[in-house]
Ligand binder design. Sequence first.
Ligand code: UDB
Ligand code: ZN
Length: 184
Amino acid sequence: MITMNEIMKDGHPILRKVAEAVKLPASAEDKEVLRQLLEYVQNSQNPETASMYGLRPGIGLAAPQINVSKRMIAVHVTDEKGVLHSYALFNPKIISHSIEKTYLTSGEGCLSVDEDIEGFVPRYARITVKGTTLDGEEVKVRFKGLPAVVFQHEIDHLDGIMFYDYINKENPFQVPDNATPYER
Ligand code: UDB
Ligand code: ZN
């Protein structure tokens, strides 16, 4: 089971590497890692397990964050309508995106970053993601709002990118062009 001890902290070089594609069909070991990523986000959102193991409630997690430099992510997030978007994907890829952008008005954080880093992080408002599930099924799914932000944040981890890389250095609260704010 993944706890905070297994989560790599900012400054660890693995968080800056481009992760390797997972060879498909996935091996038993790779499937186990992906299952664990999903289990962490689920456990961390369950108040009992979160308090029992001291888990920080997460809505997404990428394999490099647990020291595995392979292209796997889990997302477990409820949108503004109360719909749960729960995915565990091998080799996720954004195959198209809107021109319109968005940003969380309260900024972003990261399970791998302990400090609060303030500022707006520009994200695409809508994206289409392709990837392969734990059952080996290829899926193509469209996301908007918070789930779209989470997917972009997690896929960035596979490319060694951290959310604060996008924050404008001169003015952290610079509103991105073409953007509609997302209020959480
Ligand atoms: C998170 N959670 O899990 F807009 F109900 C963050 C942490 C770092 C604060 C735990 C989060 O943003 N929760 C949230 C956001 C909302 C509404 C709501 C709950 N991550 C995951 C992560 O670090 N993955 O690598 C950071 C998020 C920042 C934007 C998307 C992912
Ligand atoms: Zn993160």
